[in-house]
Design a protein around this ligand. Sequence first.
Ligand SMILES: *[C@@H]1O[C@H](CO)[C@@H](O)[C@H](O)[C@H]1NC(C)=O
Ligand SMILES: *[C@@H]1O[C@H](CO)[C@@H](O)[C@H](O)[C@H]1NC(C)=O
Length: 272
Amino acid sequence: MISLLAFVTGSVAALLATGLVPGADASSASGPGCPQSCKRGAAYNNASTVSALRGATPATWAYSWSIFDNGVLPDGVEFVPMVWGPQTQDEWRLAIERALDTGSRHLLGFNEPDLSSQASLSPDDAARHYRQLLTPFSDQATLVSPAVTNGNGPALGLNWMQSFLRQCAGCNISALAVHWYGDTATDFKRYVTQALGLAGQYGLQSVWVTEFALNSDLRDQRSSPASEKFLQEVLPWLDAEAGVGRYAYFMCGEDYLVKGNGRTATGVVYTT
Ligand SMILES: *[C@@H]1O[C@H](CO)[C@@H](O)[C@H](O)[C@H]1NC(C)=O
Ligand SMILES: *[C@@H]1O[C@H](CO)[C@@H](O)[C@H](O)[C@H]1NC(C)=O
């Protein structure tokens, strides 16, 4: 495995110029000496929930699985548009330009292209669409790859991603995005470590974990004491991993990280 840490620390000046040092671009929002938690983000549908999630160390970036912010985010939170799939709305280019004009510095690629129920694309098709839809913005934004699941199988997860990255050489992608749903912190760390290895092989500067949660959260459609304990273990690890650029726990929504205008117990852990 190529050491991503060596790569990152070896070219801090170059990365600072592109805003790719983990957290570097959030420092202006969070003041000098950006805390490690500036990697932390909010994956939301309802923009008001991002305000409800405010804590001592709030999310510094947020995304809505779309190119639209769907409301007003708190000051200092970078909206990151996602090009969910190639069937984007007619006005997608204008929406992205508007986001870039109002402070977005990153663009997320397709959502779970390795699943038929989500963006559902072969690596070849995804690379072709990515080059056409996202690469032209690479001089204005840091480009993040499509986000794959942690599914196992030749056409799933990091296997899908490897084929995609091979096809998308020259797409000017800087970060690799993954999702994870599972049962243990150990399995989570193992998977993110594999993603870091793959990113290193393809010269990508960081890994973004844009969705992750315990299976039990998804099953019960709410966070629980188990998710509090899980986050207490993995948040310091994610913050300390130099190759992890950003992450967003699933999700900034009712009964998960927020409850009405405040936070759930798990939301408190997430923003403390
Ligand atoms: C990729 O980025 C480099 C450096 O910013 C730029 O010169 C080049 O035109 C970009 N490639 C494409 C295909 O946009
Ligand atoms: C949006 O989120 C806010 C804050 O959690 C909540 O009060 C409001 O009811 C939500 N709106 C909808 C339409 O769900």
